[in-house]
Write a protein that binds this ligand. Structure first.
Ligand SMILES: Nc1ncnc2c1ncn2[C@@H]1O[C@H](COP(=O)(O)OP(=O)(O)OP(=O)(O)O)[C@@H](O)[C@H]1O
Ligand SMILES: [Mg+2]
Length: 238
């Protein structure tokens, strides 16, 4: 469902991604880890066709991210690190707007918006102006727009930042519900969360995939994913 081969990304002379290769099968939930500045957001922006790679190839849901931008965007849900929300719009107007951008029309538009509102527990604020809502609610709106149209692939950049513990738990349940039909790649710094939601982790280190392993095996080996992560990053810097 996601195929990445030899992706390189340079910003000027700086090579941030130095040849990234991995694949994700249908129905997998993969945690994308790495220290600040490791290149997680950059890789996700390439996968969503928002940023061109310098070299290499990537296909998402069968479409080439460099050549088939529109097809890629129709088939993915993307929660960016800073979701672009419009403060003056009400929640429902914004979600309808986001749905139209995804080419959803007519009765389906209303249905998709209602389902996303329900799944992200936004019923109480649908008519409010986005600008006055708290950070956690804004994050939930970002998540709601990502799951409109039930995309085959979800790419979520730090989806639980700002959510309260109850919402984090709801998010975990939502991912479990979605995982039958969807492929999910999510970044986070909350490793306990990855232990609970993901089956597999990829750790980005020095511009490459340094570790690609099953969460269950890492936890059996190290006790917690945090230990794996700390040990991995230490052993690479020494
Ligand atoms: N548009 C840009 N121009 C120049 N450098 C950039 C640009 N975008 C990202 N970078 C650099 O690329 C590197 C990777 O950044 P990126 O945002 O992908 O990291 P990240 O793993 O998502 O980090 P974080 O955990 O802090 O979100 C950083 O050194 C960053 O400064
Ligand atoms: Mg980032």
């Amino acid at each position: 469902m996601i195929e990445v081969k030899g992706i390189i990304k340079k910003f000027g002379p700086v090579e941030v991604l130095k040849g990234i290769t991995f694949s994700v099968d249908k129905g997998e939930i993969v945690g994308f880890l790495g220290v600040n500045g490791a290149g997680k957001t950059t890789m996700m922006r390439i996968l969503t066709s928002f940023l061109p790679a310098t070299d290499g190839e990537a296909r998402v849901a069968g479409f080439d991210v460099q050549k088939q931008h529109l097809k890629v965007r129709e088939n993915i849900g993307y929660l960016p690190e800073n979701p672009p929300l419009y403060d003056n719009m009400s929640v429902v107007k914004y979600l309808e707007f986001a749905a139209r951008l995804k080419n959803i029309r007519g009765r389906k538009l209303k249905e998709d918006v209602a389902r996303a509102v329900g799944r992200c527990h936004l019923q109480d604020v649908v008519k409010r102006r986005i600008g006055i809502l708290s950070k956690g609610y804004k994050q939930r709106i970002g998540l709601a727009q990502a799951i409109l149209n039930e995309p085959k692939v979800l790419i979520l950049d730090e989806p639980t930042t700002g959510l309260d513990p109850i919402q984090v738990d709801q998010f975990r349940k939502l991912l479990n519900e979605l995982k039958q039909e969807h492929t999910v790649i999510l970044s986070t710094h909350v490793l306990t969360e990855i232990e609970r939601v993901a089956e597999r982790v990829l750790i980005l280190k020095d511009g490459r995939i340094g570790l690609d392993a099953k969460v269950e095996e890492l936890v059996a080996q190290d006790g917690t994913l945090e230990k794996t992560f700390m040990g991995f990053n230490e052993s690479c810097t020494n």
